[in-house]
Design a protein around this ligand. Structure first.
Ligand SMILES: [Zn+2]
Length: 165
């Protein structure tokens, strides 16, 4: 019979692989999309991952964290931390004022601060930032999708101005 810990680990393991190798995963852009991988040792064997986890202090309430945010999921780059520690790390990784960089949540790339607009995109977990390039693309796509609605509104506004409405 599987223990509770094993079940939870299996879950974490599958999520980790999904983020790195499944382009349809919602987090892919921030992981696989920017070159984050899972080391072969773990990728090919859940047993190996499980053994490492048990030796490195895993318990159910902890989550896996990479020390070097640009590095892979591998034994020498990973540790177990609490959710709240991870939230703090994530926030620190989004904007690095010292280096003057910020991570775009859309393309997952680290870019210079001045490549971002003024207003942060408010996401479910606080502020998220989209680089100018992604924002333009997003706006364009939004317009394409809602063309009819937007144009209708424009026409209505014009009509009112001319006084024919
Ligand atoms: Zn971007």
């Amino acid at each position: 019979m599987k223990t509770e810990e094993e079940k939870k680990l299996r879950w974490r393991y599958d999520e980790m692989k999904q983020r790195c190798y499944n382009p349809n995963n919602k987090s892919y852009n921030n992981y696989g999309g920017r070159g984050i991988t899972v080391c072969d040792e773990w990728r090919n064997s859940f047993r190996n991952f499980y053994q490492w986890a048990m030796q490195s202090g895993f318990s159910i309430e902890l989550t896996i964290d990479r020390t070097d945010n640009d590095g892979p999921y591998a034994p020498d780059n990973c540790k177990w931390i609490t959710q709240s520690q991870q939230m703090r790390n994530t926030r620190a990784n989004i904007t690095d004022y010292k280096k003057g960089t910020r991570v775009c949540f859309k393309c997952g790339l680290k870019k210079k601060l001045d490549e971002f607009g003024k207003d942060p995109f408010k996401g479910r977990f606080g502020h998220r930032y989209m680089c100018t390039e992604c924002r333009l693309k997003y706006t364009r796509e939004y317009y394409q999708k809602n063309k009819e609605k937007i144009n209708k509104k424009r026409r209505e506004r014009r009509r009112k101005k001319c006084g024919h409405g």
